[in-house]
Design a protein around this ligand. Sequence first.
Ligand code: C2E
Ligand code: CA
Ligand code: CA
Ligand code: CA
Length: 291
Amino acid sequence: AKRQGCGGYAIFDEPMHQQALQQLQIETDLRHALERGELCVYFQPIVALDHQGVQGFEALVRWQHPTLGLLSPAVFIPLAEDTGLILEMDFWVLETACKQLQAWQAAFPLGQPLTMNVNLSGRQFTRPDLLDRVDQVLQNTGIPGSCVKLEITETVLIENPQGVAVLLSELQERNIQVCLDDFGTGYSSLSYLNRFPVNQLKIDRSFVALLDTHSRESWEGQTRPSEQTEIVRAIANLAANLGLQVVAEGVENQEQLQYLQSIHCDSAQGYYFAPPLDSDGATEWLQQFLQ
Ligand code: C2E
Ligand code: CA
Ligand code: CA
Ligand code: CA
């Protein structure tokens, strides 16, 4: 900070000032991003590990900002949550993703139809019309609930356990699956799990990142299972005992994949298979993968 007269300090130095300005610009622009059609959805494949078949995709939102370029959700999701814009944004993503799924299901008819994972902010669980909106989207797009998986984080369960349990049961009645995202990073006690009707645990990529022997070596100075390996194994065992599916995210190499297969993880996603792709890119990926 620059020293000023009267012993005061300038509030910020130049780069920080720039950053604050950019933040402000992003906040103002975000209000119009949806109506101006600047948001888009990317799709990352999810692969079943037993037979290495494609199960479906996770929908991940992006913002094509007119001057700042393609922005990561890490930049604008927190802002969208603070301002409440997330409520509309999530449903736009859900609808866009279901329309895409409908096109893919028609173009690529499989024995087991493709599914779509969509992220829901915890804020959605405070709105009274959550189920109505979900029903509307399913009706508009003709996608059966059984092809949709909603991803929520553990914290949602803690903040409003009773209300959330009721809503999750309503989703189950529609055959919509519920996936606990970033599992292992939150604060939920494991005893919480069987109190909620959830179908899937998604192992956070911070655990998956430490699964290969290379990082185990650098971690401990020798090749032996790291704590992280044991955490992943424990999550998989827990899920199996509770009758839940296990998905791993952030799989980047074959070693991680082999370990996940060895502990009977059901499915996985990550750069090893494909990064999040735009609609055309994901269609091409599907074509090649199914060949
Ligand atoms: P997430 O739900 O945990 O999504 C996984 C993130 O990991 C994605 O980041 C994805 O691009 C990234 N990823 C995928 N494979 C790999 C890999 O192999 N290695 C590494 N290092 N990273 C990988 P992304 O797309 O930037 O999304 C960040 C977060 O933003 C998401 O984390 C999710 O919490 C949130 N988000 C994205 N789209 C939506 C949305 O439509 N609604 C809401 N509420 N949140 C969203
Ligand atoms: Ca997710
Ligand atoms: Ca995640
Ligand atoms: Ca995450």
